[in-house]
Design a protein around this ligand. Structure first.
Ligand code: COA
Length: 156
């Protein structure tokens, strides 16, 4: 069985994240989404439990995808789930440099895991969680950035 993990801070999950999850779910037998509290990121809008609930709502129609909160190292999450791959989305060259360093660190910590990078399609490449938070803070609808069925207004 080929198992992949897809980590992120998901504050909140967006259509960009869901695009990657759907494509990973088509490539691997099982995808475990790792919802990281990511203490390094400031100005978080949603609690870890809310982020997890939003991710679970977004992936409800994908039978081989599950989600879990994980405050520890990603490499340890990969070991725990017997994962052979870490999936990440890449939008641009800035993402690429960041991902390259992260992939190298994870390889040092858990040499059996490979990082697989999927290119984000142009129609969702401009979407980011911080954009969603900013538009939401000004009281505008963010429905077009989010997976169907997710209404962030219920969480505020
Ligand atoms: N399409 C559009 N946008 C995307 C996207 C896609 N496919 N993929 C990511 N994004 C955006 C997100 O919306 C987010 O936007 P923001 O910066 O405005 O909030 C940004 O890209 C990155 O967020 P995300 O993908 O959620 O991941 P992250 O970079 O916040 O996650 C972790 C980082 C959690 C993977 C990393 O910190 C980690 O592994 N932490 C655990 C500790 C550890 O193991 N450290 C050592 C490893 S180096």
């Amino acid at each position: 069985m080929k198992i992949a993990i897809y980590p992120g801070s998901f504050d909140p999950i967006t259509l960009g994240h869901l695009d990657i999850i759907r494509r990973a779910a088509a490539c691997f037998d099982r995808v475990c989404v790792c919802v990281s509290p990511n203490a390094e990121k400031r100005n978080q809008m949603f609690t870890p439990e809310q982020k997890l609930q939003l991710v679970r709502t977004a992936v409800a129609d994908l039978p081989n995808v599950e989600a879990e909160l994980w405050p520890g190292l990603l490499a340890d999450f990969a070991v725990r789930h017997h994962a052979s791959a870490i999936v990440r989305g890449v939008r641009n060259t800035t993402d690429f440099e960041y991902e390259r360093t992260m992939a190298a660190t994870n390889r040092r910590l858990y040499p059996a895991v490979v990082t697989v990078m999927l290119f984000t399609p142009p129609d969702v490449a401009d979407i980011s969680s911080s954009t969603v938070r900013e538009v939401l803070a000004f009281g505008r609808s963010v429905a077009e950035f989010l997976p169907r069925g997710i209404e962030l207004e219920n969480y505020l």
